[in-house]
Design a protein around this ligand. Structure first.
Ligand SMILES: [Zn+2]
Length: 93
């Protein structure tokens, strides 16, 4: 079989990441840039910004910073759901 170029796409080390099979190939998780397993606030923040729906899974996380960032995005997620339900757009701030 010929070597398929797509199979050779290098994926950075994300061996501890729950999303290496799902988000990583699609680019929604980028090790050293936007990844939830890194104990790095900026990366966690980027991760939840890109994957808002996953914040709820980290409400009980053992790492304080991850929990705090997840909580912030949970609020945003809830607000966006409220807006969807009511069908009304919020006025300009
Ligand atoms: Zn990752």
């Amino acid at each position: 079989m010929a070597t398929d170029l797509a199979d050779m796409t290098p994926l950075a080390d994300c061996s501890q990441c729950n999303y290496r099979e799902t988000l990583l190939p699609s680019g929604a998780c980028k090790p050293s840039d936007c990844c939830v397993v890194e104990d790095n606030g900026r990366q966690i923040d980027r991760f939840f910004r890109a994957n808002l729906g996953l914040a709820a899974d980290y409400r009980q996380d053992g790492f304080l910073e991850r929990r705090a960032i997840a909580a912030r995005y949970l609020v945003l997620d809830r607000e966006s759901q409220k807006q969807t339900k009511s069908g009304e757009k919020p006025g300009p701030n």
